[in-house]
Design a protein around this ligand. Structure first.
Ligand code: FAD
Length: 415
């Protein structure tokens, strides 16, 4: 949204394509009534509406058959989108780590449960343990409580020491301090424990309780939902497919947000997990730069630097502790699409070998869930990305030239 608004100021013809059915990205999508919008959200949504931008929603980009052409699939069709310059802003997703019982119904992602509630899931009166890592846990607990849920506990895996250092680092970011104080006030009374994580989710057919590790000791908590996510991982699959290089898992960009591929820019979480403010500034810089307004873009560099320091602090504060490698037992599923247990994976030495022998990562999520999990559990690096980056309907594969179809991806798409 920020990139499109800034680019449109040059008079360029600008289009947004988003797989979501409405504007707003991860935070603001689905906020349909003006009353539910924060002032930031309203301001950006209005700017996009008045900028003369062509918007295509509900279309998921799955391939670039040749430079300048993208293929996107919608509910009923596939479209070919031509572009001269491109800004990729594909966001991030939650990181999930396996532990016994994590595939039980009512064990969800933290942001995942929030999204379900936004889509109408009734949560009033339900007991929800929120666990994992990262600032998202507090935002989710706050949101769920405001919608009537009871939160018996928030478990953050990072130890207190790192959280205190994180708090001190916020001192240079007045906006972030204000945001943290607001959330702290809103979730006052909700027990929060650091250095704590889920060990086992219990239940016969559906979640009934969770055992957490607290101060090194197991503790059983009865609950209806476990909302669990371990910070975020960037969605770099599409940039990588297009040929953009990554460094430490993030898309590499220059000062103007241009990737290693000329004419392809990238903004937001794929270049570093830094939150909405950084995503908006990077989007503005990319939108200005991509339309030749580099001097206007440079004015925003200082602000971006400050927010990037915050991203670095986030990475340090919420990095995963090694004890999180211990909860999975031999029969804990790691790849939940193909039902591949931990014991089958630990025999392998790399992601490719595991994939070829067990079909780990070969079904609908295409490794988006088990890939980051195995990266943490076994220190495997994901291999290359192949088209289509998402499973697509078989009739839509016909538009991919045969020379670019790959057997594993096509198999994934067929299922
Ligand atoms: C599940 C979840 C919940 C979150 N909840 C909060 C919250 O409550 N509060 C908060 O402050 N932060 C939250 N965050 C963090 C927040 O999302 C980011 O800080 C912020 O949205 C970053 O903006 P972005 O533009 O980089 O990505 P996003 O806002 O995620 O936007 C990326 C967009 O790209 C689209 N997209 C991705 N791939 C494709 C494709 N191939 N084709 C077409 N469209 C595509 C997506 O549909 C999405 O609309 C959450 C993150 C996640 C993952």
């Amino acid at each position: 949204m920020a990139a499109a608004v800034s680019a449109s100021k040059s008079g360029a013809r600008v289009g947004i394509v988003d797989e979501s059915p409405s504007l707003g990205g991860q935070i603001w999508r689905g906020e349909n009534s003006a009353a539910s919008h924060s002032s930031d959200a309203s301001s950006w949504l209005n700017q996009v509406k008045t900028a003369g931008v062509t918007a295509l929603y509900g279309k998921r980009v799955f391939h670039q058959p040749e430079p300048g052409i993208l293929l996107a699939e919608g509910p009923d069709d596939v479209c070919e989108l031509g572009y001269r310059t491109l800004v990729l802003a594909t966001g991030a997703r939650e990181r999930f780590l396996p532990f016994p019982g994590w595939t039980l119904p009512n064990v969800t992602g933290a942001g995942g449960l929030q999204a379900l509630v936004k889509s109408g899931l009734p949560i009033r009166g339900k007991r929800v343990v929120v666990a994992g890592s990262g600032p998202l846990l507090l935002a989710v607990a706050d949101y769920l409580r405001k919608h009537g849920a009871e939160i018996p506990l928030i478990c953050e895996q990072a130890p207190w020491g790192r959280l205190v250092r994180f708090g001190l680092a916020l001192l240079g970011q007045p906006g972030k301090i204000a945001q943290s104080l607001r959330i702290k006030k809103d979730i006052a009374g909700v027990p929060f424990v650091a250095g704590s994580w889920p060990l086992v989710a219990h239940g016969k057919n559906v979640l009934e309780a969770v055992t957490i590790s607290r101060g090194g000791k197991p503790e059983l908590i009865q609950c209806d939902y476990l909302a669990c996510g371990f910070h975020l991982v960037p969605n770099v699959e599409l940039p990588v497919l297009i040929g953009c290089q990554t460094r430490s898992g993030y898309v590499q960009v220059d000062d103007l947000q241009q990737t290693t591929v000329k004419g392809i820019f990238c903004a937001g979480e794929p270049t570093g997990i830094g939150g909405v403010d950084l995503a908006l500034i990077e989007g503005q810089i990319a939108g200005l730069a991509v339309t030749g307004q580099a001097s206007e873009a440079k004015v925003l560099f200082r602000k971006r630097e400050k927010l990037r320091r915050f991203a670095h602090v986030l990475d340090e504060a919420f990095c995963l502790r090694s004890e999180l490698r211990s909860p999975p037992t031999s029969d804990t599923l790691v790849c939940r699409c193909e039902d591949v247990p931990y014991s089958h994976l630990r025999e392998h030495t790399c992601w490719l070998s595991a994939k070829l022998h067990t079909r780990c990562g070969m079904r609908p999520c295409q490794g988006r869930i088990c890939g980051p999990a195995t990266q943490f559990l076994f220190k495997w690096n994901p291999d290359s990305v192949r088209p289509p980056v998402f499973p697509v309907r078989v009739e839509n594969l016909a538009v991919i030239p045969a020379s670019q179809q790959s057997i594993p991806a096509v198999t994934g798409g067929l299922q």
